[in-house]
Design a protein around this ligand. Sequence first.
Ligand SMILES: NC(=O)c1ccc[n+]([C@@H]2O[C@H](COP(=O)([O-])OP(=O)(O)OC[C@H]3O[C@@H](n4cnc5c(N)ncnc54)[C@H](OP(=O)(O)O)[C@@H]3O)[C@@H](O)[C@H]2O)c1
Length: 396
Amino acid sequence: MPSAVLLTGATGFLGRDLLKKLIEELPTQQTIYCLIRGHEKDSSVSDRPTETARARLTKLLIELGYERHDEPKVQRVCAISGDISHQNLGTQPSDYETLIQHVSHIFHGAATVRFDLPLPEARLINVVGTKHILDLTERIHASGQPIRLSYIGTSFVAGTRKGRILESDLTVEQSFHNTYEQTKAEAEALVRRAMSEKGLCATLFRPSIIVGNSKTGETSSFKVMYWPLKVFSRGLIPIVPASRAGIVDMVPIDYVTAAIWELSQRSDTKGGCYHLAAGPDSSTTIGEALDLAAAFFRVRKPLFVPIETFERYVRPVFNFLFRGKRRQALDAGRVYVPYLNYQASFDTQQVKAALVGTGIEPPLVTHYFERLIQFCVDSDWGKRDPSVSASRRTRQ
Ligand SMILES: NC(=O)c1ccc[n+]([C@@H]2O[C@H](COP(=O)([O-])OP(=O)(O)OC[C@H]3O[C@@H](n4cnc5c(N)ncnc54)[C@H](OP(=O)(O)O)[C@@H]3O)[C@@H](O)[C@H]2O)c1
């Protein structure tokens, strides 16, 4: 019987947590294939080190705390060198055949999460990449084997819509803040079409903004929510184009991973779509989040002004005055502006109903926010080992 699992995006922020979950939870007879880009081919154009997919996996497993490769639960984790934007996932023919013959569940998380990629580039990875995953599910289905897809989308497929967004809502005929939102909406539409027209067995997960672990604050990524926080902690921009009431829906990675694991293993969730989000009851606002951060960093809160006022009067002055890091922050911050004024809230009725009785629910931001920021400080925003600062703090 085929019983292997394929995970894409294992080297990413969410993927590494998901890999750990799969290693811990799946029976050791089940092989876990990780589709990983080998960087050996593009070393001349990339600043990444020259590494094979296998070397990247080995390094990742060590980072996740799996030093011993002969342990059965670690031994069954295999790297498949590939790239989702290519036909047959850019894999060797023999590897693709192995996937067709053995995989019964695909966790597809690989994507570009950059907000500023040109549309064709973002489409190639997020839409065409997803199409190639769907092609694989068809090939597996055609070989007579069962196949299930757990697709990692995003709540932000809601684009520029306002108000309450249901888990069943999706349209690509609308405007989006950036190419990330648009291409993730297009990719989800492809998956939904395969479900309705070809009977694909899939479950859709739509996390909101994923942040670090709620118990330890640990994160391997300092993008999205962390970037504006870092700029704020350094007092680089004294006036921001934000609304105090702007909705901030964030969820810790341990909640997201636990929910994906639970819901991907049950048969009653086949065909479902779930907002892995704090939702209207537990999300916070820009004002509240910055109050918490200001108290932690002991810095003055920036002045909030409407976007139009900022773009018309403030940005030109800042452009004139700011140089170096401040100017970089001002320019790089453009992509985050829509999220400082967000007016959509992600309904969580279906996920709440599905998770009732499991004890899996998103904690309130106020319960873990300080731990998130403490980890940023201890790790100097990802630049050093956080345990050194943490142990120094404990000794004091
Ligand atoms: N982070 C969030 O707040 C958030 C919120 C909602 C939804 N999501 C969704 O969660 C998923 C993971 O996001 P993340 O934050 O973990 O992103 P991430 O840290 O940037 O990781 C992206 C992963 O995708 C892989 N990847 C990218 N292009 C690929 C390609 N062409 N072929 C094969 N692999 C490729 C990357 O591999 P390399 O290591 O080779 O680059 C990496 O493993 C995405 O689907 C995203 O839309 C994330």
